[in-house]
Design a protein around this ligand. Structure first.
Ligand code: HEC
Ligand code: HEC
Length: 149
């Protein structure tokens, strides 16, 4: 008897829950995704281009915060991809002897965090080899979602 009572109560509760779900207002299609269009549309993303300026033309960009990886202020299309045998970024920025020196129009030498010491010599830290994991160029695109960070 007790079991039956509990079962009935559970079924009744279940019905109430389903009823409750029905009462929830649906979300408008336009508000579901970042494209703000119908889910049946195939929206074309806004076209944008990365800067085409060669290094040494426009100087550096402001940093987001202290310790942030600086943004790349020049074109990268001619230097990518970075592969095991080819890293053109290093060709210009790998200058441990000039570390900490910033010379206008010349590549900023990579900082100490990009190196490890081996036998008294500074060698590239492999974890920093794929530069574009952290450093990115900027394009003039309106953000999809605002940020106050
Ligand atoms: C031909 C030389 C050259 C190559 C190749 C090159 N850079 Fe640069 N880079 C520069 C110069 C010069 C600057 C200094 C800014 C300027 O004058 O354009 C610079 C600036 C930067 C900065 C900003 C540093 C700061 O102090 O804010 C970053 C980050 C950077 N480059 C990353 C890269 C990455 C990643 C690659 C590879 C995809 C790369 N660079 C390839 C020459 C080069
Ligand atoms: C794991 C992330 C990461 C990778 C990968 C990385 N960097 Fe950086 N880089 C940083 C951060 C964070 C900073 C700023 C703090 C610092 O200097 O350590 C920085 C700073 C720099 C600077 C400015 C140095 C200065 O003295 O102001 C240059 C130039 C640079 N990186 C170039 C490169 C190049 C070229 C590569 C690839 C060979 C590379 N980085 C790979 C994170 C990274």
């Amino acid at each position: 008897m007790k079991k039956r009572l509990i079962l009935t109560a559970a079924v009744l509760l279940g019905f109430t829950a389903v009823g409750g779900l029905h009462a929830v207002e649906g979300i408008d299609m336009q508000d579901m995704g970042l494209s703000r269009t119908s889910v049946f549309d195939i929206p074309a993303p806004e076209r944008f281009e990365f800067p085409q300026n060669d290094p040494g033309r426009l100087g550096v960009l402001p940093r987001g915060y202290e310790g942030a990886p600086p943004q790349i202020p020049h074109r990268v299309d001619t230097f990518l991809p970075v592969t095991l045998n080819r890293n053109l970024c290093m060709g210009c920025h790998n200058q441990p002897g000039l570390m900490g020196k910033k010379m206008p129009g010349l590549p900023t030498p990579m900082s100490a965090s990009h190196y490890i010491e081996e036998g008294g010599k500074l060698v590239m830290n492999n974890r920093r080899y794929p530069c574009v994991d952290c450093h990115v160029p900027q394009a003039d695109v309106a953000p999809l979602v605002g940020s106050t960070f």
